[in-house]
Design a protein around this ligand. Structure first.
Ligand code: ADP
Ligand code: MG
Length: 323
C-alpha cells in the first residue's frame, strides 16, 4: 500500500526510542515486559479526540504530555508504579513538525515517570486526530486504592488545588471572558497536568479509596461513595481553590471547584488515624494535601457552604453522553 512506507518511516523516526534492555519495544508483533513477582498488573486506557478532549490548535508538546499524563493519573489513583505504555495514533495527515513536538512532550513525561513507550499503532484517520494511550503499572495486591474501599468516618482529601483547569478551558472555548493575564497563569493546569504518581504509590499504604478527578470533584467522589456504599459531607470553606481565582464571582468558583473536570488531582479517603502521616507526605512531596470532608454511614453527598448551610443545588460534573 502506498501509505505504508510513510507509516513505518513515521514510527521509526518518532516512536522507536530505546527501551530498557529487559523489555522488548516497538518493532515486533508484541512488546514484552515482566512484572515483579507477587505484584499485580494495573492497566488503563484513555482516548483523546480532537475537538472533544483538546482544541485543534493545541500546542503539540503539551498534547503529548497530556495524553500520557491522564493515563499515568489513573495508575496514580490505584497506587500503581508505572511500567510501560502503548500509543495509538490516528492522524489525518503527516505534519513532521507537529509529530516531533508531540513525541517530545510524550517522551519527556514518560522519562520522568520511567514509563517507556514500548509499542502502539499508527494509522491515517478520516477526520481529526485520535489518540489512545494504554498504560501498565504494578501494584501490591493488598494495597490498591479501590473505589469500593472507603469506610464511613474516613477523612476525604484532595491533592493540589481546584478550579484552574476548568476556568482555563472555558476561557479558551470562549464561554467566559476574563483577563488574558489570568489565562496565562491557569493554562498550564489544563494543558500540562501533573499526574500524582509518587503520591499515589505512597498513599497506597494508608488510604482506603482513591480516584483521579477527571470529570469533576463531586461526580468522581460520588463514584467512590456509590461503590463503597457510604455518603459524605464536604465543606466549601476547606476547598483549596487555585490562588489565581480568588477574585472570581462565587457561583463561577463553586461550579469550577465542585464540577470542573480535567483536574487530574487525587481525591482519596483515609482513616483519621492517618491524618498526620498524610500531611507529612504532602510536605515531603511538596504537594498540597487538604482534608475537605468526611464519609458518613448516611448515604448521599452533602455540601456545606462557608456559612455552614447545606447547599441545595449542586453543579453537575462532566458526562460525554449528556444531551
Ligand atoms: P502490526 O501490523 O502487528 O499491527 P504495526 O506495523 O502496526 O504492527 O507496528 C509495527 C511496530 O511498531 C509494532 O511493534 C508497534 O507496536 C509499533 N508501533 C506502531 N505505532 C506506534 C506508535 N504510535 N508508537 C509506538 N510504537 C508504535
Ligand atoms: Mg498495527
Amino acid at each position: 500500500m502506498k501509505t505504508q512506507a510513510t507509516e513505518f518511516d513515521l514510527i521509526t523516526r518518532y516512536f522507536k526510542r530505546p527501551v530498557p534492555k529487559e523489555m522488548l519495544g516497538a518493532g515486533d508483533d508484541c512488546a514484552l515486559f515482566s512484572v515483579p513477582s507477587g505484584r499485580q498488573v494495573a492497566t488503563s486506557t484513555d482516548l483523546l479526540l480532537e475537538g472533544r478532549h483538546f482544541f485543534s490548535d493545541v500546542d503539540p508538546y503539551t498534547l503529548g504530555h497530556k495524553a500520557l499524563a491522564v493515563n499515568l493519573s489513573d495508575l496514580a489513583a490505584m497506587g500503581a508504579t508505572p511500567i510501560a505504555c502503548l500509543l495509538g495514533l490516528g492522524l489525518p495527515s503527516i505534519d513532521n513538525n507537529w509529530i516531533e513536538k508531540f513525541a517530545d512532550g510524550f517522551y519527556a513525561l514518560a522519562k520522568e515517570h520511567a514509563c517507556p513507550l514500548i509499542g502502539g499503532d499508527t494509522t491515517r484517520s478520516m477526520h481529526g486526530i485520535t489518540l489512545s494511550v494504554t498504560v501498565f503499572g504494578s501494584v501490591d495486591p493488598l494495597r490498591t486504592m479501590r473505589r469500593d474501599a472507603a469506610q464511613p468516618g474516613d477523612e476525604i482529601w484532595i491533592s493540589g488545588s481546584l478550579g484552574a483547569a476548568d476556568i482555563a478551558c472555558r476561557m479558551l472555548a470562549g464561554e467566559i471572558q476574563l483577563q488574558p493575564d489570568l489565562l496565562k497563569r491557569i493554562r498550564p493546569a489544563l494543558e500540562l497536568p501533573t499526574p500524582r504518581v509518587d503520591l499515589g504509590v505512597r498513599l497506597a499504604a494508608y488510604a482506603h479509596a482513591a480516584i483521579d478527578v477527571s470529570d469533576g470533584l463531586l461526580q468522581d467522589l460520588g463514584h467512590i461513595l456509590t461503590a463503597s456504599g457510604c455518603g459524605a459531607e464536604v465543606f466549601e470553606s476547606q476547598l483549596p481553590l487555585h490562588s489565581a481565582l480568588n477574585a472570581l464571582p462565587g457561583p463561577l468558583l463553586r461550579q469550577a471547584a465542585l464540577a470542573g473536570g480535567d483536574l487530574y488531582e487525587l481525591c482519596f479517603t483515609a482513616p483519621a488515624s492517618a491524618h498526620n502521616v498524610i500531611q507529612s507526605m504532602g510536605h515531603d512531596l511538596n504537594i498540597a494535601l487538604t482534608p475537605i470532608g468526611k464519609t458518613t454511614i448516611e448515604p448521599g453527598l452533602r455540601v456545606f457552604d462557608c456559612a455552614g448551610s447545606l447547599v441545595n443545588k449542586l453543579p453537575a460534573g462532566f458526562d460525554h453522553f449528556r444531551t
